[in-house]
Structures are given as structure tokens and as C-alpha cells.
Design a protein around this ligand. Structure first.
Ligand SMILES: NC(=O)c1ccc[n+]([C@@H]2O[C@H](COP(=O)([O-])OP(=O)(O)OC[C@H]3O[C@@H](n4cnc5c(N)ncnc54)[C@H](OP(=O)(O)O)[C@@H]3O)[C@@H](O)[C@H]2O)c1
Length: 339
């Protein structure tokens, strides 16, 4: 099979197209013929060496993807052969990600993809959707699970709603019945966040964003899903309601976080940090189940018309896909492997 591999950490040039033997699924695993592989910031960070020393002599990158199960290992129901699936965390703790014609994963990391959802939808789910689910389900007063109506009456602020995770935050919160406000840095991103389903969009670089957000949420925001905590903490606290939650999945821009302890005490703020890798099996299983339900409802579409432009590369140009992500390309970077 054709596969992209890297043996060293470094820039996109370390990625090479090679021929490798077809992998055999081990006990409890499935083998998937990959249609679309997705690039996430974490894949680029892993390739660069930002995740620490090399664990394996050779790595096929990419956590997320979608395709069709073509073989199963011992203990897995053979009726799954032929099933369309989306994959998450494929390369987490393993050297075999989705940037290859075939990959193997534990059977529960291959989730049924309904016929009406394209492989590009499936490949775009994984990291962004599961992270968004976690961000939306950590408030003191719930909900712990997402389903239509579970966030009815809640106001969610999606920071940077034109980003891949921000997009999933908007879509999942909207599906769950929340009122969704998104911050963006300009008119193009405003258009994307609106297309994703945000009820209100606020340019965080202009005017008085806190006052503008307050006009949409006079009693304050229930939950902020935050991508840049250092840059936005003051804004978040200016719009958060008492006992509200700030769930932080990144600190883009790297601005140090200055915590005003008395202000947070008075607000009874819940400040929740999260990273998908260590969210724990319960949170992960809940996220997978709820995201799968949202996909069945057609609530997580992708593409420019739905607020997430797709930037696609063939497998042999995976290095260019990584370069596109490093340049900060707006939208979802995908690698077409087959079909
Ligand atoms: N914790 C986890 O498990 C987890 C999971 C997935 C991703 N992440 C991390 O989350 C970050 C985003 O990932 P992604 O895939 O969504 O990337 P992305 O598609 O590049 O989106 C990043 C978004 O953040 C916005 N942004 C940056 N600074 C901002 C600010 N000060 N205020 C508001 N928005 C701001 C950007 O918009 P503007 O440029 O217009 O501001 C952009 O839309 C990355 O650092 C990634 O590593 C963490």
C-alpha cells in the first residue's frame, strides 16, 4: 500500500511517500481502507517534534480519517466488513495514522458513518468535534451529554468560530438548542461563523466586543469555548454569568494568562482546561456517541456553505497539506487517499 511516513521530526519535508505491506488487524481491531485523511494542528505539532521525543522509528501521521472497513481482527463482528466509518485518534500512541491507503485501529475508534454523510464529513469529525463536545459538557449545571434540547436556554460563546474546533462548537451547541455567539477577526470569518449556525457574530478586534456580546446575552454567557485564553480571558470574564464556565482547549497566540483571583471568586467561575488525549474514557465515549448522533441528524456538515471550507490535497502532496495548515489556511485541510 502507499503510505506517508516520517522517520525524523522536522518540517513538512520529512514526510515521504513510500510502499509498505498491508497491515493486518490485531485482536479487537479493524482494518480500514482510507478514503480521506484529515490534518489537525496536533498532527503538525507531532511531526515537528513538539510532542516530545520520538516514540516509534517510523510514523504514519494523522489522527482522523474516514473510509470503509475491509478486514477485522479476532473478536470483532465480521458483519462490520464493508461498513463506512469515521476514525478518531488513529495515530495516538500508535505509529499507524490515516495518511495511508489502509490503517488499523481498535474497533471502537471506527464509528459508523451514515450513507448520507460523505467521507469528507467523516474525516473532519474526530479531533474538532470530540474536543468541541468536551468543551460544551463541563459546566457545573450540565449538560453532560448533548442531544437536541439539552442546551435549551443556554448561551454559548464560541471564540474564533471560523476555526475547525470553533466550527464544531457552533454546530454542536446549535444542534443541542443553545443560543450561539461567535467571535471572529473579520468579515470573511463572520460569514463562515454565520454559515456554521452562529446566531450572533462579534468582531473581537473592533469596538467594544464585551458590550456587543452583552446586547445578545444581557444576563451573561453560560459557557465560553476558548481557543486563546491569554488574549481573551478579560473579555470572557466581562461577559460570563455567575457560575459560568470557560472551557479552554488552546492558548493560540501564546499570550500569558493573568488570573484576577478575586474577580473569579466573585463570579464563581469554572475554568476548565481540556485536551482530548487525557479527557478519559467516559468523556470520550460520551463524545463519540453524541457526535455520531449529530452526524445522523445531518447537523455537522462541512464545506464553505456550512462555514468550513475544505482544502484538499492528494496523498502524494501531504507535505503541502501540512504547509497549508502551518500557513494558517482557513478551513479544514484534507488529504484524499482513495475513491
Ligand atoms: N485541547 C485539545 O484537545 C485540542 C483539540 C483540537 C485543537 N486544539 C488546539 O486548538 C487550536 C485551534 O485548533 P483548530 O484546529 O480549530 O485551528 P484553526 O482551524 O486554525 O482555528 C483557530 C482559530 O482560532 C482563532 N483565534 C486565534 N486567536 C484568537 C483570539 N485571540 N480570539 C478569538 N479567536 C482567535 C482564529 O481566528 P482568527 O485568526 O480570525 O482570530 C482561528 O479561526 C490549536 O492550537 C490546536 O492545537 C486543542
Amino acid at each position: 500500500m502507499k503510505a506517508i511516513v516520517h522517520r525524523d521530526h522536522g518540517g513538512p519535508d520529512v514526510l515521504r511517500l513510500v510502499e509498505r505491506d498491508l497491515p493486518e488487524p490485531g485482536p479487537g481491531e479493524v482494518r480500514v481502507r482510507v478514503a480521506v485523511s484529515a490534518v489537525n494542528p496536533t498532527d503538525v505539532q507531532g511531526r515537528s517534534g513538539n510532542h516530545g521525543p520520538r516514540q516509534f522509528p517510523e510514523v504514519i501521521p494523522h489522527l482522523d480519517g474516514a473510509g470503509v472497513i475491509d478486514a477485522v481482527g479476532e473478536g470483532v463482528d465480521r458483519s462490520r466488513i464493508g461498513e463506512r466509518v469515521w476514525l478518531y485518534l488513529a495515530a495516538a500512541g500508535r505509529p499507524t495514522g490515516t495518511a495511508a491507503e489502509f490503517t488499523t485501529v481498535p474497533a471502537d475508534q471506527a464509528v459508523p458513518l451514515p450513507e448520507q454523510a460523505g467521507f469528507e464529513v467523516g474525516a473532519a469529525l474526530g479531533v474538532p468535534a470530540l474536543t468541541a463536545h468536551r468543551a460544551l459538557t463541563v459546566a457545573e449545571d450540565g449538560p453532560r451529554r448533548l442531544r437536541p434540547g439539552s442546551m435549551e436556554g443556554k448561551v454559548v460563546l464560541a471564540a474564533g468560530g471560523a476555526g475547525a474546533v470553533g466550527h464544531a462548537v457552533i454546530q454542536l451547541a446549535r444542534w443541542a438548542g443553545a443560543t450561539v455567539i461567535s467571535t471572529v477577526s473579520g468579515p470573511d470569518k463572520a460569514r463562515l461563523a454565520t454559515a456554521a449556525g452562529a446566531h450572533h457574530v462579534v468582531n473581537y478586534r473592533e469596538g467594544d466586543p464585551a458590550a456587543e456580546i452583552r446586547t445578545f446575552a444581557p444576563d451573561g454567557v453560560d459557557l465560553v469555548a476558548e481557543v486563546a485564553l491569554g488574549a481573551n480571558l478579560a473579555l470572557d470574564l466581562a461577559v460570563l454569568r455567575p457560575r459560568g464556565t470557560i472551557s479552554t482547549y488552546a492558548n493560540d497566540g501564546g499570550k500569558p494568562v493573568e488570573l484576577n483571583v478575586p474577580q473569579n471568586m466573585v463570579l464563581n467561575t469554572r475554568l476548565q482546561f481540556l485536551v482530548l488525549y487525557t479527557a478519559g474514557p467516559q468523556a470520550r465515549a460520551a463524545a463519540v456517541a453524541d457526535v455520531a448522533a449529530a452526524v445522523r441528524d445531518g447537523a455537522l456538515p462541512v464545506g464553505e456553505a456550512h462555514g468550513l471550507p475544505l482544502i484538499r490535497f492528494p496523498l502524494d502532496r501531504t507535505a503541502d497539506a501540512h504547509r497549508a495548515m502551518e500557513r494558517g489556511t482557513v478551513g479544514k485541510v484534507l488529504v484524499d487517499v482513495a475513491w
